[in-house]
Design a binder for this molecule. Structure first.
Ligand code: GTP
Ligand code: SPV
Ligand code: MN
Length: 597
């Protein structure tokens, strides 16, 4: 009888014939295998040992200096019909794409080992989880996948049972930016990536599978694959409620997922539980609520800015058994990055002698890879097969002006518009200019594997009789004052905003209605003990009708860019808000804004 692993074996044979590796290694995920690979990488320089006294089990990887972040311009969605990929994606015809990338794969593993990595995204026994197999010639990728996914024998058993898996082929190739492509074939559940060894380009379980292919699968199967953290907030009565939040890359998901409550909250008994920091798969349960799992088993987090004052949980979890990528090192070989208060760098991320004039010690997108279980706030519910029920969905981005600290959408359809209209300044997590404001719907601009117009329709489709959907909110930790500094202290203090959000879900927090949604009044947020001037408090919560009028016009232009596939419902929502703002502007003619628009 043919085993359901036959198709896997055949694919591995085909790939080996194309790439011509010196040997093939099937990863079982064992400790012995991991030790062996680490020894090899320490010997060949792929990994550098760090101070074993201060950071036991920690290593440093220096990527090629031209390979330090995701590359959106080299990332393609290859569907038979161009419109299925949408204006939000780069598109290539699948036949052309295979031909182009296979030519680069030909013979690319000569003298190298081909690793076969069976993995499961999500708890191994969860019905929401999905499996994949990554073939790679990078032992660094194997080591990262071992932390980031449930990798090895158990995943292979599930694949054999299900007979279905996402195929991912990866080679670091020549690390030449001109021969680099990250291609997705959602109709074939296939990914092909060559020329990069970095994060989201190379760890194919993460953005390529769990978001781009995952979002495609989610639409056809009736669930959601999102760029969201999942956090549990336990109140002093011991009740835990779960929030899922979508912020674009390097906009605060890891930080919010593991925040430490301000002292007053801690004393009162508030606790925070981390379920996930980057990706969330949500599916409607029998009870009508959305249930979520974190498909990942580890965190691939931004190192710069991580310190005792910002994210002490993260700092604690990365003291041992962590892979650092592109950080600097101190004289006694400890990892170092900008924002770390202790120590000073002697070498930068490229391994050069550190010199202020040559730039930062750590690359701004330097990362740590660490098992989720090492986080002091790790939630055991991260292993729950059915996931956790989501009470609130939060969208947010870097908006230096206009957008208030928090507001609540009036209903699901309005919330979908709020998510679709999200804007944020670009960050170092992808190559290209930093600090440019762009629309990044649901924080999925670089990650949605199909046409955004269809994606918005899919979101709207969850609003059905019997559904008990989460309330939807928008936050902005990044509003700046006239001095150019952030108005809001952020980090742990963000719990104050989450408390208001959960209060809205329970019907215990008050708000003021505005054309753009419900905003807390100055006394509705608990701000005691914060050094925030009365003016700052007001500015953070104010709705500038003139500025929003311009914003809604810009949102209309953005929605129009999706043409006739855009759901009418979304246009209607936009028009209703624009009209409400128009009347509000007429009744408040004073344009006294310094920073609106
Ligand atoms: P990805 O892993 O790229 O998806 O990023 P992320 O969304 O998990 O972002 P992360 O939490 O790593 O934060 C990125 C940067 O934003 C870090 O430099 C943080 O210090 C900073 N940051 C996070 N939260 C806040 C906040 O509440 N206020 C301010 N001002 N900065 C923040
Ligand atoms: C992001 O850029 O959103 C990340 C890092 O989480 S990467 O894995 O490179 O996508
Ligand atoms: Mn991310």
């Amino acid at each position: 009888m043919p085993s359901s692993l036959d198709s896997l074996n055949r694919w591995v044979d085909d790939v080996a014939r194309l790439t011509e590796p010196a040997e093939i290694h099937w990863c079982n995920g064992s400790d012995g295998e991991s030790r062996l690979l680490n020894e090899r990488m320490l010997a060949n320089g792929d990994l550098i040992a760090l101070n074993a006294q201060t950071h036991p089990g920690c290593t440093l990887h220096r990527s090629s200096p031209t390979d330090v972040a995701r590359v959106e311009h080299l990332t393609f969605i290859c569907t038979q019909n161009r419109d299925d990929a949408g204006p939000n994606n780069n598109w290539m015809d699948p036949v052309d794409a295979h031909a182009k990338i296979d030519a680069l794969f030909a013979g690319c593993m000569r003298g190298r080992t081909l690793y076969v990595i069976p993995y499961c995204m999500g708890p191994i026994d969860s019905p929401i989880s999905r499996c994949g197999v990554e073939i790679t010639d990078s032992p660094y990728v194997v080591a990262n996948m071992r932390i980031m996914t449930r990798m090895g024998a158990a995943a292979l058993t599930r694949i054999e049972r299900e007979g279905k898996f996402v195929k991912g082929l990866h080679s670091t190739g020549e690390l030449d930016p001109d021969k680099r492509f990250i291609m997705h074939f959602p109709e074939e559940l296939t990914i092909k990536s060559i020329g990069s060894g970095y994060g989201g380009n190379a760890l194919l379980g993460k953005k390529c599978h769990a978001l781009r292919i995952g979002s495609w699968q989610a639409r056809s199967e009736g669930w959601l694959a999102e760029h969201m953290l999942i956090v549990g907030i336990e109140n002093p009565a011991g009740e835990t409620r779960y929030i899922a939040a979508a912020f674009p890359s390097a906009c605060g998901k890891t930080n919010l997922a593991m925040l430490i409550p301000p002292e007053g909250y801690r004393k009162a008994g508030w606790k925070v539980w981390t379920v996930g920091d980057d990706i969330c798969w949500m599916t409607p349960g029998k009870d009508g609520r959305l249930w979520a799992i974190n498909p990942e088993a580890g965190y691939f987090g931004v190192a710069p800015g991580t310190d005792t004052t910002t994210n002490p949980n993260a700092l604690a979890m990365i003291q041992r058994d962590t892979i650092y990528t592109n950080v600097g090192v101190t004289a006694d070989n400890q990892p170092w990055w900008e924002g770390l208060s202790e120590g000073e760098p002697v070498k930068d991320w490229r391994g050069r002698e550190f010199d202020d004039a040559q730039g930062p010690a750590a690359h701004p997108n330097a990362r740590f890879t660490v098992s989720a279980r090492q986080c002091p706030s790790w939630s055991p519910m991260a292993e729950a097969a059915d996931g956790v029920p989501i009470s609130a969905i939060v969208f947010g981005g870097r908006r230096p002006s206009l957008v208030p600290l928090v507001f609540e959408a009036k209903d699901w359809a309005h919330g979908v518009l709020v998510g679709a209209a999200m804007g944020s300044e670009t960050t170092a997590a992808a190559t290209g200019a930093v600090g440019v404001l762009r629309r990044d719907s649901m924080a999925m601009k670089p990650f949605c594997g199909y046409n955004f117009a269809d994606y918005f329709a899919h979101w709207l489709s969850f609003d059905q009789p019997g559904a008990k959907l989460p309330k939807i909110f928008h936050v902005n930790w990044f509003r700046k004052g006239s001095d150019g500094k952030f108005l809001w202290p952020g980090f742990g203090e963000n719990l104050r905003v989450l408390e208001w959000i959960l209060g809205r879900c329970e019907g215990t927090s008050d708000a003021v209605e505005s054309p753009v949604g419900f905003v807390p009044g100055v006394n509705d947020l608990k701000l005691d003990g914060l050094a925030l001037s009365a003016a700052a408090r007001q500015e953070l919560l104010e709705v500038d009708m003139h500025g929003w009028r311009a914003e809604l016009a810009d949102i209309a232009r953005y929605l129009d860019s999706f043409g006739s596939r855009l759901p009418q419902r979304l246009k209607d929502e936009q028009r209703a808000i624009a009209a409400a703002l128009e009347s509000a502007v007429e009744s408040t003619p004073v344009a006294r804004r310094a920073n609106g628009g």
